[in-house]
Design a protein around this ligand. Structure first.
Ligand code: SAH
Length: 259
Protein backbone atom coordinates (compact mmCIF):
# COMPACT_ATOMS: atom_id res chain seq x y z
CA UNK A 1 0.00 0.00 0.00
CA UNK A 2 1.51 3.33 -1.01
CA UNK A 3 0.30 5.90 1.48
CA UNK A 4 1.90 8.74 -0.40
CA UNK A 5 -0.33 8.05 -3.40
CA UNK A 6 -3.41 8.41 -1.21
CA UNK A 7 -4.22 4.73 -1.52
CA UNK A 8 -7.22 4.08 0.67
CA UNK A 9 -9.52 1.51 -0.85
CA UNK A 10 -13.23 1.73 -0.39
CA UNK A 11 -14.21 -1.55 1.23
CA UNK A 12 -17.79 -0.75 2.25
CA UNK A 13 -19.90 -2.41 -0.43
CA UNK A 14 -22.89 -0.24 0.42
CA UNK A 15 -20.93 2.96 -0.18
CA UNK A 16 -19.46 1.61 -3.42
CA UNK A 17 -22.94 0.74 -4.67
CA UNK A 18 -24.27 4.14 -3.60
CA UNK A 19 -21.48 6.04 -5.31
CA UNK A 20 -21.98 4.10 -8.55
CA UNK A 21 -25.72 4.76 -8.33
CA UNK A 22 -25.16 8.51 -7.79
CA UNK A 23 -22.88 8.56 -10.82
CA UNK A 24 -25.84 7.37 -12.88
CA UNK A 25 -23.35 6.22 -15.48
CA UNK A 26 -25.82 4.26 -17.63
CA UNK A 27 -24.83 4.45 -21.29
CA UNK A 28 -22.41 7.25 -20.49
CA UNK A 29 -18.73 7.39 -21.20
CA UNK A 30 -17.01 7.60 -17.83
CA UNK A 31 -13.61 8.86 -16.75
CA UNK A 32 -12.48 7.32 -13.48
CA UNK A 33 -9.71 9.07 -11.53
CA UNK A 34 -7.50 6.79 -9.44
CA UNK A 35 -9.17 3.49 -10.28
CA UNK A 36 -6.94 1.51 -7.89
CA UNK A 37 -7.72 -2.20 -8.16
CA UNK A 38 -10.93 -1.57 -10.05
CA UNK A 39 -13.54 -2.08 -7.36
CA UNK A 40 -15.50 1.07 -8.30
CA UNK A 41 -14.81 0.45 -12.00
CA UNK A 42 -16.55 -2.92 -11.70
CA UNK A 43 -19.57 -1.28 -10.05
CA UNK A 44 -19.76 1.33 -12.79
CA UNK A 45 -19.76 -1.41 -15.41
CA UNK A 46 -22.49 -3.34 -13.66
CA UNK A 47 -24.55 -0.12 -13.54
CA UNK A 48 -24.33 -0.04 -17.34
CA UNK A 49 -21.54 2.47 -17.99
CA UNK A 50 -21.00 2.60 -21.76
CA UNK A 51 -17.26 3.03 -21.63
CA UNK A 52 -14.83 3.56 -18.77
CA UNK A 53 -11.42 5.19 -19.04
CA UNK A 54 -9.66 4.20 -15.82
CA UNK A 55 -6.71 6.44 -14.96
CA UNK A 56 -4.23 5.02 -12.45
CA UNK A 57 -0.77 6.28 -11.55
CA UNK A 58 0.62 3.25 -9.73
CA UNK A 59 2.10 0.85 -12.35
CA UNK A 60 1.35 -2.18 -10.20
CA UNK A 61 -2.33 -1.27 -9.88
CA UNK A 62 -2.55 -0.30 -13.55
CA UNK A 63 -1.27 -3.77 -14.45
CA UNK A 64 -3.84 -5.31 -12.13
CA UNK A 65 -6.57 -3.25 -13.81
CA UNK A 66 -5.49 -4.34 -17.29
CA UNK A 67 -5.64 -7.97 -16.17
CA UNK A 68 -8.95 -7.65 -14.35
CA UNK A 69 -10.70 -5.99 -17.28
CA UNK A 70 -8.85 -7.70 -20.15
CA UNK A 71 -12.08 -9.22 -21.41
CA UNK A 72 -13.96 -5.90 -21.41
CA UNK A 73 -13.86 -3.86 -24.59
CA UNK A 74 -15.65 -1.11 -22.67
CA UNK A 75 -12.66 -0.47 -20.39
CA UNK A 76 -9.48 1.40 -21.27
CA UNK A 77 -6.74 1.66 -18.67
CA UNK A 78 -4.60 4.77 -18.81
CA UNK A 79 -1.45 4.41 -16.73
CA UNK A 80 -0.13 7.77 -15.57
CA UNK A 81 -0.65 10.90 -13.51
CA UNK A 82 -4.17 12.28 -13.92
CA UNK A 83 -2.79 15.81 -13.65
CA UNK A 84 -0.81 15.15 -16.85
CA UNK A 85 -3.68 13.41 -18.60
CA UNK A 86 -4.27 15.16 -21.87
CA UNK A 87 -7.66 14.29 -23.24
CA UNK A 88 -9.87 16.40 -25.41
CA UNK A 89 -12.79 13.95 -25.46
CA UNK A 90 -16.07 14.72 -23.74
CA UNK A 91 -17.12 12.48 -20.85
CA UNK A 92 -20.67 12.01 -19.64
CA UNK A 93 -19.38 11.36 -16.14
CA UNK A 94 -16.21 11.78 -14.13
CA UNK A 95 -16.08 9.50 -11.09
CA UNK A 96 -13.51 8.64 -8.48
CA UNK A 97 -12.37 8.12 -4.96
CA UNK A 98 -9.72 10.65 -5.63
CA UNK A 99 -6.27 10.80 -4.04
CA UNK A 100 -6.76 13.53 -1.41
CA UNK A 101 -3.27 15.00 -1.60
CA UNK A 102 -4.09 16.48 -5.02
CA UNK A 103 -7.75 17.42 -4.60
CA UNK A 104 -7.33 21.12 -5.49
CA UNK A 105 -5.21 20.44 -8.60
CA UNK A 106 -7.78 17.82 -9.68
CA UNK A 107 -10.61 20.36 -9.31
CA UNK A 108 -8.60 22.90 -11.30
CA UNK A 109 -7.80 20.38 -14.02
CA UNK A 110 -11.44 19.24 -14.26
CA UNK A 111 -12.55 22.84 -14.76
CA UNK A 112 -10.69 22.73 -18.06
CA UNK A 113 -12.11 19.39 -19.17
CA UNK A 114 -15.33 18.61 -20.93
CA UNK A 115 -17.85 16.58 -18.90
CA UNK A 116 -21.51 16.69 -17.84
CA UNK A 117 -21.27 15.69 -14.19
CA UNK A 118 -18.62 14.56 -11.72
CA UNK A 119 -19.25 12.41 -8.66
CA UNK A 120 -16.20 12.39 -6.42
CA UNK A 121 -15.40 11.08 -2.99
CA UNK A 122 -13.22 13.68 -1.26
CA UNK A 123 -12.07 14.72 2.18
CA UNK A 124 -15.00 16.11 4.19
CA UNK A 125 -13.14 19.30 5.17
CA UNK A 126 -12.30 20.04 1.54
CA UNK A 127 -15.96 19.66 0.53
CA UNK A 128 -16.84 22.06 3.37
CA UNK A 129 -14.26 24.57 2.09
CA UNK A 130 -15.66 24.32 -1.44
CA UNK A 131 -19.15 25.16 -0.27
CA UNK A 132 -18.30 27.63 2.53
CA UNK A 133 -20.10 30.98 2.78
CA UNK A 134 -18.19 34.28 2.68
CA UNK A 135 -17.13 35.32 6.17
CA UNK A 136 -17.01 31.78 7.55
CA UNK A 137 -13.86 30.17 8.89
CA UNK A 138 -13.60 27.67 5.99
CA UNK A 139 -14.12 30.30 3.30
CA UNK A 140 -11.09 30.90 1.10
CA UNK A 141 -9.52 30.60 -2.32
CA UNK A 142 -10.97 27.13 -2.92
CA UNK A 143 -14.51 28.37 -2.10
CA UNK A 144 -14.23 31.27 -4.54
CA UNK A 145 -12.81 29.10 -7.31
CA UNK A 146 -15.30 26.26 -6.72
CA UNK A 147 -18.39 28.44 -6.46
CA UNK A 148 -17.55 30.33 -9.65
CA UNK A 149 -16.73 27.14 -11.52
CA UNK A 150 -19.09 24.46 -10.20
CA UNK A 151 -22.53 23.89 -8.83
CA UNK A 152 -21.56 21.50 -6.05
CA UNK A 153 -23.72 19.37 -3.82
CA UNK A 154 -22.85 17.01 -0.97
CA UNK A 155 -24.61 13.70 -1.53
CA UNK A 156 -23.39 11.68 1.45
CA UNK A 157 -20.97 11.51 4.32
CA UNK A 158 -18.54 8.57 4.23
CA UNK A 159 -16.82 7.65 7.47
CA UNK A 160 -13.14 6.77 7.51
CA UNK A 161 -13.97 3.16 8.51
CA UNK A 162 -15.41 2.60 5.01
CA UNK A 163 -11.82 2.54 3.69
CA UNK A 164 -8.88 0.20 4.07
CA UNK A 165 -6.53 1.34 5.42
CA UNK A 166 -8.72 4.01 7.04
CA UNK A 167 -7.53 7.54 6.32
CA UNK A 168 -7.17 10.06 9.17
CA UNK A 169 -10.19 12.03 7.92
CA UNK A 170 -13.83 11.45 7.02
CA UNK A 171 -15.04 11.90 3.47
CA UNK A 172 -17.98 13.10 1.43
CA UNK A 173 -19.45 12.13 -1.90
CA UNK A 174 -19.89 15.32 -3.86
CA UNK A 175 -21.50 15.97 -7.22
CA UNK A 176 -20.19 18.73 -9.46
CA UNK A 177 -21.71 20.30 -12.54
CA UNK A 178 -19.83 23.06 -14.29
CA UNK A 179 -21.37 26.51 -14.36
CA UNK A 180 -19.73 27.16 -17.72
CA UNK A 181 -17.68 30.03 -16.31
CA UNK A 182 -13.91 29.62 -16.47
CA UNK A 183 -11.39 31.70 -14.54
CA UNK A 184 -8.33 32.80 -16.48
CA UNK A 185 -4.96 31.72 -15.09
CA UNK A 186 -4.29 35.32 -14.01
CA UNK A 187 -7.63 35.62 -12.19
CA UNK A 188 -7.08 32.32 -10.45
CA UNK A 189 -3.60 33.35 -9.27
CA UNK A 190 -4.78 36.81 -8.18
CA UNK A 191 -7.56 35.28 -6.06
CA UNK A 192 -5.02 32.88 -4.55
CA UNK A 193 -2.63 35.74 -3.78
CA UNK A 194 -5.12 37.95 -1.94
CA UNK A 195 -6.76 35.04 -0.12
CA UNK A 196 -3.40 34.05 1.33
CA UNK A 197 -3.89 37.21 3.41
CA UNK A 198 -7.61 36.70 3.88
CA UNK A 199 -7.88 38.27 7.33
CA UNK A 200 -6.53 41.60 6.04
CA UNK A 201 -8.29 44.35 4.15
CA UNK A 202 -8.16 44.05 0.37
CA UNK A 203 -5.77 47.02 0.34
CA UNK A 204 -3.29 45.51 2.78
CA UNK A 205 -3.60 42.06 1.23
CA UNK A 206 -2.61 43.49 -2.16
CA UNK A 207 0.40 45.26 -0.66
CA UNK A 208 1.43 42.09 1.18
CA UNK A 209 0.92 39.91 -1.91
CA UNK A 210 2.72 42.35 -4.24
CA UNK A 211 5.43 39.87 -5.14
CA UNK A 212 2.93 37.20 -6.22
CA UNK A 213 0.75 39.78 -7.94
CA UNK A 214 3.21 42.05 -9.66
CA UNK A 215 6.65 40.45 -9.45
CA UNK A 216 9.19 42.96 -8.26
CA UNK A 217 6.84 45.90 -7.68
CA UNK A 218 7.68 48.01 -4.67
CA UNK A 219 5.44 48.62 -1.69
CA UNK A 220 4.47 52.15 -2.67
CA UNK A 221 3.29 51.38 -6.19
CA UNK A 222 1.43 48.30 -4.93
CA UNK A 223 -0.27 50.64 -2.45
CA UNK A 224 -1.23 53.00 -5.27
CA UNK A 225 -2.86 50.20 -7.24
CA UNK A 226 -4.59 48.96 -4.10
CA UNK A 227 -6.14 52.43 -3.64
CA UNK A 228 -7.88 52.15 -6.99
CA UNK A 229 -9.52 48.78 -6.27
CA UNK A 230 -13.18 48.22 -5.58
CA UNK A 231 -13.92 47.01 -2.05
CA UNK A 232 -10.41 47.95 -0.95
CA UNK A 233 -11.49 48.64 2.63
CA UNK A 234 -13.26 45.30 3.02
CA UNK A 235 -11.71 42.23 4.64
CA UNK A 236 -10.72 39.72 1.98
CA UNK A 237 -12.68 36.89 3.62
CA UNK A 238 -15.91 38.92 3.39
CA UNK A 239 -15.83 39.20 -0.43
CA UNK A 240 -18.40 37.07 -2.23
CA UNK A 241 -17.04 34.95 -5.11
CA UNK A 242 -18.20 37.51 -7.68
CA UNK A 243 -16.76 40.43 -5.68
CA UNK A 244 -13.45 38.57 -5.40
CA UNK A 245 -13.55 38.01 -9.15
CA UNK A 246 -14.09 41.75 -9.68
CA UNK A 247 -11.00 42.55 -7.62
CA UNK A 248 -8.99 39.86 -9.43
CA UNK A 249 -9.96 41.32 -12.80
CA UNK A 250 -8.84 44.79 -11.75
CA UNK A 251 -5.55 43.34 -10.50
CA UNK A 252 -4.98 41.48 -13.77
CA UNK A 253 -5.69 44.65 -15.74
CA UNK A 254 -3.22 46.59 -13.55
CA UNK A 255 -0.61 43.95 -14.16
CA UNK A 256 -1.08 44.07 -17.92
CA UNK A 257 -0.60 47.84 -17.94
CA UNK A 258 2.56 47.24 -16.01
CA UNK A 259 4.05 44.81 -18.56
N1 SAH B 1 -10.75 3.62 -6.76
C1 SAH B 1 -10.16 2.84 -5.68
C2 SAH B 1 -8.87 3.47 -5.13
C3 SAH B 1 -9.00 4.84 -4.51
S1 SAH B 1 -7.51 5.34 -3.70
C4 SAH B 1 -11.21 2.62 -4.61
O1 SAH B 1 -12.29 3.16 -4.74
O2 SAH B 1 -10.98 1.90 -3.66
C5 SAH B 1 -6.86 6.54 -4.82
C6 SAH B 1 -6.18 5.94 -6.06
O3 SAH B 1 -5.61 7.03 -6.82
C7 SAH B 1 -5.02 5.00 -5.76
O4 SAH B 1 -5.19 3.83 -6.51
C8 SAH B 1 -3.76 5.75 -6.22
O5 SAH B 1 -2.72 4.93 -6.68
C9 SAH B 1 -4.34 6.63 -7.33
N2 SAH B 1 -3.56 7.84 -7.61
C10 SAH B 1 -2.78 8.57 -6.76
N3 SAH B 1 -2.26 9.65 -7.36
C11 SAH B 1 -2.71 9.62 -8.65
C12 SAH B 1 -2.52 10.47 -9.79
N4 SAH B 1 -1.76 11.55 -9.70
N5 SAH B 1 -3.13 10.13 -10.95
C13 SAH B 1 -3.91 9.02 -11.03
N6 SAH B 1 -4.14 8.19 -9.99
C14 SAH B 1 -3.54 8.47 -8.81
Amino acid sequence: MRAKLGQHFLVDEGVLAYEAKCADARSNSVLEIGAGDGRLTARLLSCGAGHVTAVEFDPKLARQLRMRFAAYKRVRVHEGDFLEYDEKARFGRVVGNIPYYITSPILLKLSRMNFDKAVLCMQKEVAARMMAEPGSHEYGRLSVFSQLTYRAETLALVERAAFSPPPKVDSCIVSLVKTGFLLTGCEERAIGAIFSHKKKSVKNAVVDARWDLFGSRDRQSAGQIAQTLKYNGRKVFSLSPSEALGVARQLCAARMQDE
